[in-house]
Write a protein that binds this ligand. Structure first.
Ligand code: DIG
Ligand code: MN
Ligand code: MN
Length: 390
């Protein structure tokens, strides 16, 4: 029996992509193990379990090659399910990685016809997303990479990606859409190496674009972990830069293929720090789970997966509040941050006087090195709080 204390509600802003509950259990070494629910069934399942919204690639709802009349019928049926349930579509994105036409990339492909086709497909997909109410448009360049760097110069790839995003930014501005772009990095898979491999690289790329103000990042936990990086630090840097426009939550063992596990299924402590950060800073965007159930699961297991993602987030959110209210933990943090007032005069930037005062300052560096910081105690208290014994 699931207790109601961590019952997800639409105001928690949990969202799932159609492709997550729609994952058929296929992997590189085996065929599908389950018949997934249809997009309309997914909307009803998500509404039933307390989700806020559903996201989609164009092809998730409208299969490649669908004719205009059938397309309109599918969209009308989907919109009815949204109206019947109150579910929102906060984010949309384009599938630029399944069609073999994109085997050498989409925006960065050597073939200019492929690059043009990718732009056309994106424009049509933006129209669908805007029609469904999306306010964030994600770009994940799954095929924008190489297996051999003999095939193209990375400078050409960068230039082509920049031209594509600038063109599409101008399209959205020209149409007057209330739509922001969120670029999603990943280091590799399905390509041997993917351009813009992590949040840092993507933030650097955004600064080179014509309209950076409308472009942020969509960090994914599994993707930074694949690169052996600290996801909290990546998200914090995006937040600091005012570029955390969306986030893909899941879980992942380090240095593995993209496992897209249920949120908090693998790295509980990192998941705790991440949830605590999002809640402490007041992140108001979607908590989007870009993950899927184990291949072993049937459709009831897929529902368990979705409920598990949301419940774990809510439980860790509660733990974050507990951490902030835990006197022993907060006293330890106050102690390691004590003495800040002694150097308050150094804050607020440079001055000649400050340099003079700094050069005249005596430091007992031996005492600085000998200072007890109690981080073992602090981390153990945090561990025990997460384990539920505090
Ligand atoms: C992979 O992590 C990508 C695709 O699932 C999708 O294009 C994007 C949006 O969450 N993430
Ligand atoms: Mn992923
Ligand atoms: Mn993702």
């Amino acid at each position: 029996m699931v207790d109601n204390k961590f019952q997800p509600k639409p105001e928690d802003k949990f969202t799932f992509g159609l492709w997550t509950l729609g994952n058929p259990g296929r992997d590189p070494f085996g065929p599908p193990t389950r018949t997934p629910p249809t997009p309309v069934e997914i909307v009803h399942i998500l509404s039933e379990i307390g989700a806020y919204g559903v996201n989609l690639h164009d092809d998730d709802l409208i299969p490649l090659g669908t004719g205009a009349a059938e397309r309109d019928r599918i969209v009308a049926e989907f919109k009815k399910a949204l109206a019947d349930t109150g579910l929102k579509v906060p984010m949309a994105t384009t599938n630029l990685f399944s069609d073999p036409a994109f085997k050498d990339g989409a925006y960065t492909a050597n073939d200019p016809a492929v690059r043009a086709y990718a732009l056309q497909k994106t424009i049509r997909s933006i129209e669908l997303g805007v029609d469904l109410g999306a306010k964030v448009y994600v770009f994940w360049g799954g095929r924008e990479g190489t297996e051999s760097d003999a095939t193209k110069s990375p400078l050409d790839a960068l230039k082509r990606m920049r031209e594509a995003i600038n063109f599409l930014s101008d399209y959205v501005r020209d149409q007057g859409y209330d739509l922001k772009f969120a670029l999603e990095p990943k280091p590799n898979e399905p390509r041997g190496d993917i351009y813009f491999p992590n949040v840092g690289a993507m933030l650097g790329f955004i600064a080179t674009l014509d309209h950076p103000e409308m472009i942020g990042v969509n960090p994914e936990m599994a993707h930074e972990h694949m690169g052996g990086l600290n996801f909290l630090h990546a998200v914090a840097q995006a937040w600091d830069a005012g570029k955390l426009f969306h986030i893909d939550l899941n879980d992942q063992n380090y240095a593995r293929y993209d496992q897209d596990y249920r949120f908090a299924a693998q790295t509980l402590k990192q998941s705790f720090y991440l949830v605590k950060f999002l809640e402490d800073v007041g992140y108001a965007g979607s908590r989007h789970f870009d993950a899927h159930a184990y291949r072993t699961e049937d459709v009831s297991g897929v529902k368990d997966f979705a409920v598990g993602c949301m419940r774990s987030y809510l439980i860790l959110k509660e733990k974050g509040k507990q951490f902030n209210a835990d006197k022993e933990i907060q006293d330890l943090l106050a102690e390691v941050n004590s003495g800040a007032d002694k150097f308050a005069w150094l804050a607020g930037g440079y001055s000649k006087d400050k340099v003079k005062q700094l050069l005249g300052q005596e430091f007992d560096r031996v005492a600085l090195g000998a200072r007890a910081l109690h981080y073992e105690r602090l981390d153990q208290l945090t561990t025990e709080l997460i384990l539920g014994v505090r």
